[in-house]
Write a protein that binds this ligand. Structure first.
Ligand code: PLP
Length: 425
């Protein structure tokens, strides 16, 4: 098969594709403990609400027929966009209208469009990159540039906290934003670490982006006002220079592929233009399922009262289990393992750091796979950070969205395997 450069780039079996294949294969095996993937949980109260909404659609005259039988516009479902603009204006005071919003087929698709709008080869022949001012960052950004050498990234500074926790911060002293940077991007809360960048960090990055005249892209897939999986105080940020990306996935509709871009109107229009070429229009089922919840504010209430507490309990329960299993315990006769966990501030993951791990996190991944436990090794989460850094190979991401018994069993196996590795060294 003779492939174009595009064809070659996107069919290359990159590490991430291999990993996704592993996840897919593992999903088929019942006994696998799936602490690797990013699938949100099936939260009964959320699913019941959507079941009811679906019944209402089915009962509406022409409700079902128009849901499956009509294209939306290339910007996405107009009624949903209008309701969302109203909600965000009323809730946060953001000066936005429908012209500032475009929908996409999942926010993953939004990042592909946005990154390639602002980086890559420019009309004057120069090349620009997307900057991640703090890595580790979301694995899904890797390979989303149309050209190679598309990303640039920065190591974080590490704050050691009490109780075996730590927190990453943007290392502003080292941060350089050259003329070859076309956009800055952060996820907040961050996948994989559960970090929530502080308000000061966000304001500082916003100021730097404005000084440079480049957009500041904020991946709000886990953020406020929905699904609101944030366990700490965080002020939402939007202005004409920011691009806030949201999603219905982590609220509970990942398979309906609904991403939301909120940006100044030229950027929202550009997303609609790309939608037209790539898909005619984004799928509109998510918008139809969620519109009532947006109109009456229920989506925010459910996020606060159901979704966030659901994950928050699981986060801290999993943290306790790791402490029990990895720490020293005189009754069990187990010796402590040198580890720290990133302060859980949101999203669906714990990020564990095994200091001076005698093997790489990739080898740990392989050993755990043999024991039917899937995690994701840390080195995949550094898009754009090509330099060698031992820390990349000492960390793993563990998802706590699965049922408690699965997570608990997985934690025990991870702790047991890691302890063996230190012992063997
Ligand atoms: C940080 C982050 N951004 C974006 C996405 C993409 O989600 P979706 O395309 O389902 O909206 C994910 C999915 O896991 C994510 O974790």
């Amino acid at each position: 098969m003779n492939l174009s450069k595009f064809g070659e780039k996107f069919t290359r079996k990159a590490g991430i594709t291999q990993l996704m294949d592993d996840l897919g294969e593992a999903m088929a095996k019942d006994e696998m403990l799936m602490l690797g993937g990013g699938n949100p949980a099936h939260i009964p109260a959320v699913q019941d609400r959507f079941r009811k909404r679906m019944m209402d659609i089915l009962a509406e005259p022409k409700g079902f027929e128009s849901m499956i039988g009509n294209y939306d516009s290339s910007r996405g479902n107009a009624a949903f966009i209008e309701a969302l603009a109203d909600m965000l204006r009323e809730t946060f005071g953001w000066a936005i209208g429908p012209e500032n919003i475009a929908l996409t087929n999942g926010s993953q698709n939004a990042f592909f469009c946005l990154f390639n709008l602002f980086a890559g080869e420019m009309p004057d022949g120069s090349k620009k990159k997307v900057l991640f001012p703090l890595t580790p960052e979301y694995i899904g950004y890797v390979d989303s540039g149309l050209s190679d050498e598309f990303f640039m990234a920065q190591r974080p500074s590490i704050e050691l906290l009490d109780d075996g926790l730590f927190k990453y911060h943007v290392d502003f002293d080292a941060l350089e934003i050259g003329d070859d940077i076309g956009a800055i991007c952060v996820s907040r809360p961050t996948n994989p670490t559960g970090n929530v960048l502080t308000d000061e960090e966000m304001e500082h990055l916003d100021m730097l982006a404005r000084e440079k005249g480049i957009p500041f892209i904020i991946d709000n897939a886990y953020g406020t006002p929905f699904p609101d999986i944030i366990y700490t105080e965080a002020k939402p940020l939007w202005n004409e220079n920011t691009v806030v990306c949201m999603s219905l996935s982590k609220f509970g509709l990942p398979n309906l592929r609904t991403g939301i871009v909120i940006a100044r109107k030229e950027i929202a229009s550009a997303i609609a233009d790309i939608n037209g070429v790539m898909h005619l229009a984004p799928g509109g089922m998510g918008a139809r399922m969620a519109i009532d919840l947006i109109r009456n504010g229920e989506i925010m209430q459910m996020s606060r009262e159901i979704v966030r507490p659901f994950y928050q309990r699981k986060a801290f329960q999993t943290l306790d289990w790791f402490r029990e299993e990895l720490g020293s315990s005189s009754s069990s006769g187990k010796e402590a393992v040198p580890y720290r966990i990133h302060k859980p501030e949101g999203a669906l993951f714990l990020w564990l750091w095994f200091q001076d791990l005698p093997c790489t996190a990739g080898e740990l991944y392989d050993r755990l796979k043999v024991r039917n436990t899937l995690i994701i090794p840390g080195h995949h989460f550094f898009p754009g950070l090509d330099e060698y850094w031992q820390h990349k190979h000492e960390c793993i991401r563990v998802t706590y969205a699965q049922d408690d018994d699965v997570v608990h069993e997985g934690v025990k196996i991870i702790a047991d395997e890691v302890r063996k590795i230190y012992r063997e060294a």
